[in-house]
Structure formats: structure tokens, C-alpha cells
Design a protein around this ligand. Structure first.
Ligand code: CTP
Ligand code: MG
Length: 202
């Protein structure tokens, strides 16, 4: 059983771990403005767009680069965050199984592994997003049509799977974080809808 404190610890660890993926996914929206669609307006054998206008070259490459930049910015803070996390975890009585995963999840064992992980997270996020759109188009959904839980999770699933090549993530942590990401997305979209920033929910 995972205690409430362990749950919070796992979500916080995973947030740090997956920051490059979140940054890539979040900024692709801005970086894709006025850029050319990746599928170059081509249609698939089913007569529908391969990916649609929502997946642009600028968004993909820009998102990957900015996500990687986020990993470069995280790099010098690794040791500080690691000692802070270990101290806090011990003080708060986090279970030892979670504590054992902290060094790898926060810092990896080398500078280059951390950067490689950052690149896999940012490019994996952009790839997962593209795969999500490919599936949506095959399901006959127009660009921007809601598709739960693909819209909320496509980017993070692929990012975490690719990054697991560098730092394996325990399955339980992966599932907890996917659930947390899903709920956070739904709440954020609901707030955006209520504030009038988004014209539909979800
Ligand atoms: N975006 C982009 N290039 C990418 C990813 C995202 O330009 N590779 C931009 C697009 O302007 C897109 C917005 O970010 O509309 C939001 O992304 P997303 O919600 O994934 O796209 P949707 O427009 O909802 O399209 P889809 O139905 O294909 O998910
Ligand atoms: Mg969308």
C-alpha cells in the first residue's frame, strides 16, 4: 500500500523528472503558430488528413528544443534538488522503497545520461502528441475535437516510455503519475473554460 505521503512524494518526483516533456508540450502551442503542418496537408488511405493542421513542424521542432533547454536548465540544480528531496523524504517518513528511487529519478548517475533523458522526454512528448493526432484522425475526429484520455495522456506516455530507456520508472509510479496528469488536465481545462479562455470543455 502507498501512503498519502508516498503518493505526494511520487507525484513531486515524477513532476521534476518529466518537466522537459511538459515544457515541450506546453510551448508547442506557441511555437507552432503559422508553421507548416507536418503532414503537408496530405491525406491518409482513409481519405482523412494524416495528422491535421494542429501538428506543425515548428511546434514539433520548437517544442523538442525548448523541452531540451528545460533539461539543460535543470542540470545545475540536480544535486541541490537531490539533497533537498532526500532530506525532506527522511524527515517526513517517506517509505524506504520510494527513497531508494529518489537519486535515479532526480539526478540519474551522470551528466550525459541526464541530458539524454531530457532529450528523450521532450522529443518523446512531441512524438506521442503526433501519434495521438494520428489515432484521432483514424477515428474520424476533426482537429481539436476532444478525445479522452488521448488528449491528456498521449504526450506523457511516450515521453515516459522513451525516458525509461535511461531511467526506468516503476510501473506503479507511472500509473500514479498518469492518473495525476489526467486529473490536472481536466481541472485546468475546466478552469480555462469557466474563465472563457477556452470555448469548450473538455
Ligand atoms: N501544435 C503545433 N505543433 C505540434 C503540436 C501542437 O503547432 N507539433 C499547436 C497547434 O496550434 C495545436 C495546439 O498546439 O492546435 C494544441 O495542440 P493539440 O491540442 O495537441 O492539437 P489540436 O489542435 O487539439 O489537434 P488534435 O486534434 O490533432 O490533437
Ligand atoms: Mg487538443
Amino acid at each position: 500500500m502507498v501512503s498519502a505521503k508516498d503518493l505526494v512524494a511520487i507525484i513531486l518526483l515524477m513532476l521534476w523528472y518529466s518537466t522537459p516533456a511538459y515544457v515541450a508540450n506546453g510551448l508547442a502551442v506557441i511555437l507552432g503558430k503559422n508553421s507548416r503542418p507536418i503532414d503537408n496537408y496530405k491525406v491518409f488511405i482513409d481519405g482523412r488528413r494524416i495528422l491535421g493542421d494542429g501538428k506543425t513542424i515548428g511546434g514539433f521542432i520548437g517544442g523538442t528544443m525548448i523541452g531540451f533547454l528545460a533539461a539543460i536548465i535543470q542540470l545545475p540544480f540536480r544535486s541541490f534538488i537531490l539533497s533537498f528531496a532526500l532530506e525532506t523524504a527522511i524527515r517526513e517518513g517517506i517509505s524506504t522503497t520510494v527513497i531508494c528511487h529518489i537519486p535515479d529519478l532526480i539526478a540519474t548517475n551522470s551528466f550525459s545520461a541526464f541530458l539524454l533523458r531530457g532529450f528523450l522526454l521532450s522529443s518523446g512528448a512531441m512524438l506521442g502528441d503526433v501519434i495521438g493526432s494520428f489515432i484521432k484522425r483514424r477515428l474520424g475526429l476533426e482537429r481539436g475535437a476532444p478525445c479522452i484520455p488521448l488528449d491528456q495522456l498521449d504526450f506523457i506516455i511516450f515521453a515516459l516510455l522513451l525516458a525509461s530507456l535511461v531511467t526506468p520508472i516503476p510501473l506503479q509510479y507511472m500509473l500514479i503519475f498518469l492518473a495525476a496528469t489526467f486529473v490536472a488536465h481536466i481541472i485546468a481545462n475546466f478552469i480555462a473554460y469557466k474563465l472563457g479562455v477556452k470555448d469548450r470543455f473538455p
